[in-house]
Design a binder for this molecule. Structure first.
Ligand SMILES: C[S@@+](CC[C@H](N)C(=O)[O-])C[C@H]1O[C@@H](n2cnc3c(N)ncnc32)[C@H](O)[C@@H]1O
Length: 288
C-alpha cells in the first residue's frame, strides 16, 4: 500500500540518516534498511518497538516515543528523510486486548501507548454530550453524531468494545451493510484518545526544520482531515499562494519545494483494499 512509492520518494542512499516515525511492524523500516541507510525509528506503541527489535535487531536506532518528539530524538542531527505512515497498524486493530476493534470484543481502551493517557472508557465517563457530538462530527464524519452521543452517554459506564458497538448499532441500525455502523464512532474515539491531529500539527511545524538540505518529508495519511493538514502545511512551506512581485516572482524565497504537486493515491495501487483506497502520500523537500 504505497510502500514502494514511499521508499522511492524517501530517496534512500547508503549512509543517509532516515527517520521512520511510525515503525508499526517494520515493513517500511526493513525496505529502507536494504538501501544501507542509518535508520532512526520511533513508535509510541511499546509492542511495535518490541516487534521491530525482534525483526530487525540492532539495525535500527529504536525510540519508544511519539513522533512529535522527533526533534528531541534527532538532538541536532539533520535527517535526509522523515517518513510517517499515519494511523493504526493491523496488529493493533486485530488484537482484542488493545480495544481498537468492534469485531473482537476487548477492553474499551484504544491507546496506542497503553502506558500514558486515559482509555476510551474513562474518557467517556467524564465527557459531556456537546464535546462528544463535536468529536463524532469532526473526526468521525458521523452524520448521526447527536443520536449516537446521547445513546452512548446514557449507557455509561461502558467497559468493552462490544458493548459500545452494540449501543451504536442499536441506535443507528445496520445502515447499508457496507461498513459496520460503529466504524466512524470507533475512528473518532481513537483519534481523540491518541490526539492524532495534535501530533500531526506538531510534526508539520517542527520536522521541516530538522531536514538536511535536499532532505525529504514523506507523509501517508488515511483521513481527509489529516491529508488536508499535510497539504496546507506543505503548500505554505513551499511558498504556494505567497506574495509575489509585479513579475510574479516570490517576495520571500521559499526554503522548501513540493516534490509532486498532487498526492499519490492508494486507490491507484490497490483499488480493492478499503484501507488502502483512502491513502494519500505527499512529499516536501528542503531546498539546498
Ligand atoms: C500504519 S502503522 C505503520 C506501519 C508501518 N509503516 C509498517 O511498515 O509496518 C502506524 C504506526 O504508527 C504508530 N503511531 C501512530 N501515531 C503515532 C505517533 N503520534 N507517534 C509515534 N507512533 C505513532 C502506531 O502505533 C502504529 O504502529
Amino acid at each position: 500500500m504505497l510502500l514502494d512509492d514511499a521508499i522511492e520518494l524517501c530517496a534512500p542512499r547508503p549512509g543517509a540518516l532516515v527517520v521512520d516515525g511510525t515503525l508499526g511492524r517494520g515493513g517500511h523500516a526493513a525496505a529502507l534498511l536494504e538501501h544501507g541507510v542509518h535508520l532512526v525509528g520511533l513508535d509510541r506503541d511499546p509492542e511495535a518497538i518490541a516487534a521491530v527489535r525482534a525483526r530487525l535487531g540492532d539495525a535500527v536506532e529504536l525510540h519508544h516515543a511519539p513522533f512529535s518528539r522527533i526533534p528531541e530524538v534527532l538532538a541536532g542531527r539533520r535527517a535526509d528523510a522523515v517518513l510517517l505512515d499515519l494511523g493504526v497498524s493491523s496488529p493493533q486493530l486485530d488484537t482484542a486486548s488493545r480495544g481498537f476493534s468492534f469485531r473482537n470484543d476487548g477492553p474499551l481502551d484504544m491507546r496506542m501507548d497503553p502506558s500514558s493517557g486515559e482509555p476510551v472508557s474513562e474518557w467517556l465517563d467524564h465527557t459531556d454530550e456537546a464535546t462528544f457530538v463535536d468529536v463524532l462530527f469532526k473526526l468521525g464524519e458521523e452524520r448521526q453524531a447527536r443520536r449516537i452521543a446521547r445513546a452512548v452517554l446514557a449507557a455509561r459506564p461502558l467497559r468493552t468494545t462490544g458493548a459500545l458497538a452494540d449501543v451504536v448499532a442499536k441506535t443507528v441500525g445496520r445502515g447499508d451493510g457496507r461498513i459496520h455502523p460503529a466504524t466512524r464512532t470507533f475512528q473518532a474515539l481513537r483519534m481523540v484518545i491518541n490526539d492524532e491531529l495534535g501530533q500531526l500539527d506538531e510534526v508539520l511545524r517542527t520536522v521541516p526544520e530538522c531536514l538536511a538540505p535536499g532532505g525529504r518529508f514523506v507523509v501517508i495519511a488515511f483521513h481527509s482531515l489529516e491529508d488536508r493538514a499535510v497539504k496546507q502545511a506543505f503548500r505554505a512551506l513551499a511558498g504556494d499562494g505567497a506574495a509575489v512581485d509585479f513579475r510574479g516572482h516570490p517576495l520571500v524565497t521559499p526554503r522548501f519545494r513540493l516534490v509532486e504537486r498532487r498526492a499519490r493515491k492508494g486507490e491507484d495501487r490497490d483499488p480493492t483494499n478499503p484501507r488502502a483506497r483512502s491513502a494519500r502520500l505527499r512529499v516536501l523537500e528542503r531546498l539546498p
